[in-house]
Design a protein around this ligand. Sequence first.
Ligand code: BMA
Length: 321
Amino acid sequence: MARPNHYRASDLFQRYDGNPILTPAQWPYPVNAVFNPAAARLGGETLLLCRVEDLRGFSHLTLARSRDGRTGWRIDPQPTLESSPEYREEHWGLEDPRITWLEEEGHFAVTYVSFSRGGPLVSLITTRDFQSFERVGPLLPPEDKDAALFPRRFKGRYALIHRPIIRGEAHVWISFSPDLKHWGDHRILIPVRPGWWDCHRVGLGPQPIETPEGWLILYHGVRLTASGSVYRIGLALLDLEEPWRLVRRSDQWVFGPREPYERIGDVSDVTFPSGALVDPATDELRVYYGAADTSVGLATAPFREVRAYLQTCPAPDPDPC
Ligand code: BMA
């Protein structure tokens, strides 16, 4: 096993002083929890498409907008996207979206979990303006979660990162499609690491972010402990043109539950990253995350430093088991 490097990876990201930035108390209608938001930039504003859990325990998605991505959130007065009987796969609600801008299609792709009677599965909705939406429908069968598209094709094919559970194992996978409808060439991309902080489950965080060195991936890793699961955040780098190749992976987690709003909530000890944006003017990487399945937090890091840190991370062990 690799020796620990003594760089304190947990110093890379800073929590925003005003955390949590979105809470159920701010919501314009009664809700139980607001968490795991997808992020996008549109018309000079930051958009967060939040998972909102209602008082029956079902989730829908509601949009919040802000000029600076930190304060002054304007929240849609009612659910932006909610399940309806027409979409049977959304029987128990919509959860955990991620947003990717598809340049070639000229629209945003919102991948999310539809909670069907047969289990959670990955579905796709497209939109240009976050006012009108088109449901494409399920992409892959249950049980599957934590999915996002890459913003462009690779040798003619779109690529999707997702997290099926197969034989009880929860690794991150990548799959390919010529038309965003038919998926194949499925491969394990980021496996769980037995014994490590991410031994039990791993899942994609926000949509992949392109850098000159490769695709930056933030992922959540879960360890089951005597008092429940702990959800922390790690980093990985994928090859720019062959994204099924995992080039680097952080040994250490870079962020984890520490503050009361991350440690105490509906599900304790959860930091669940799901939206990220890079501000080109300030070189700041902003990561939006669900805190204890109850509220939304913001953590920031100098983008340059995150990329430099990844270069110090080892190439992954080809046989982590
Ligand atoms: C995962 C997902 C997330 C949730 C997390 C912690 O399996 O369901 O929506 O935030 O568990 O409870």
